[in-house]
Design a protein around this ligand. Structure first.
Ligand code: HEC
Ligand code: HEC
Length: 235
């Protein structure tokens, strides 16, 4: 092989991991877990004053596509804030909101949110759509979809044994469906080892609506695709 070709290949190989980018810069080292678990909720409350315009006085708000934060897993919140800052999870709004936050600020904010009482009734999601309940609790072996609850905990209530695992309860239909749609399209790609992208890739629109309804404890409605705002698809 000619030297130029070898160099070009080497350059490609070196560029490849950068081009695709790491899904997240957060690794659950002992130090990171200790930092987050030692977060100061009182300091977080003060920092939250800059966020409350969108996220409400205690982390929850009625706006359909703004996620609820009250009671959410602290490691998950910390990771999302880091991912927005490093642009591993892209959101112009949140990227700007976190730009000046330090690691400790993020740990303090996470401690504040996780200590807040969720605004929505906890648990007991409706068991209306049997297909969604089946995927949530058993999965679908024919499509290699594991049960959602195997990772997210019984009825999506969270899983402390799994670092950074979000609770799916206390979330709104629209936010849940948007997150599943963006994992499916790959637009949201901050899930380590593609965990959620692989799960979401074979879900149909109807299943996404059913799962979002199941975990939000509401009735399924047509989902709005984030890439085509305003357009809806029937279940
Ligand atoms: C201008 C409105 C706005 C402000 C200000 C704002 N946020 Fe957000 N936040 C959003 C929106 C919209 C999203 C959803 C973005 C997406 O889809 O990734 C979000 C997402 C998040 C998430 C991810 C939640 C999840 O379930 O994945 C966290 C955590 C968060 N915000 C915390 C904060 C903190 C902390 C601040 C203040 C430093 C803040 N936000 C300021 C609008 C805002
Ligand atoms: C292999 C474990 C695993 C399985 C199975 C799994 N998830 Fe997840 N899920 C995760 C992890 C880890 C995250 C957090 C990704 C990150 O760090 O941003 C996540 C994130 C999510 C989010 C985003 C939460 C938020 O607040 O933004 C939703 C929604 C979700 N999962 C729904 C589901 C549904 C529905 C299923 C079943 C079809 C499922 N998950 C199956 C591990 C899993």
């Amino acid at each position: 092989m000619k030297l130029a070709a070898v160099l070009a290949l080497a350059a490609l190989a070196a560029a490849a991991p950068l081009a695709s980018g790491p899904s997240s810069r957060v690794a659950w080292t002992v130090e990171t877990v200790r930092l987050v678990r030692g977060g100061d909720a009182a300091k977080g409350k003060k920092l939250h004053e800059d966020c409350s315009g969108c996220h409400g006085p205690a982390g929850d708000v009625d706006t359909p596509d703004i996620p609820n934060l009250a009671g959410q897993n602290a490691l998950y919140i910390y990771k999302q804030l880091q991912d927005y800052k490093s642009a591993s999870r892209s959101s112009p709004i949140m990227g700007e909101a976190v730009a000046a936050l330090s690691d400790r600020d993020m740990a303090d904010l996470a401690a504040f949110y996780t200590a807040q009482r969720p605004s929505r009734s906890p648990g007991a999601p409706r068991r209306s759509d049997p297909a969604a309940v089946k995927i949530a609790s058993v999965g679908d072996g024919t499509r290699l979809i594991p049960a959602c609850d195997a990772c997210h905990g019984d009825r999506g209530a969270g899983n402390q044994n799994f670092y950074g695992m979000p609770s799916l309860q206390n979330q709104k239909f629209d936010d849940l469906s948007v997150q599943l749609l963006t994992f499916r399209s790959g637009e949201r790609a901050n899930d380590v080892y593609r965990g959620m992208r692989d799960v979401a890739k074979s879900l149909t629109d109807g299943e996404i609506a059913g799962l979002a309804a199941y975990y939000s404890g509401t009735r399924a409605k047509p989902i709005v695709r984030p890439e085509e705002p305003g357009k809806t698809e029937k279940k």
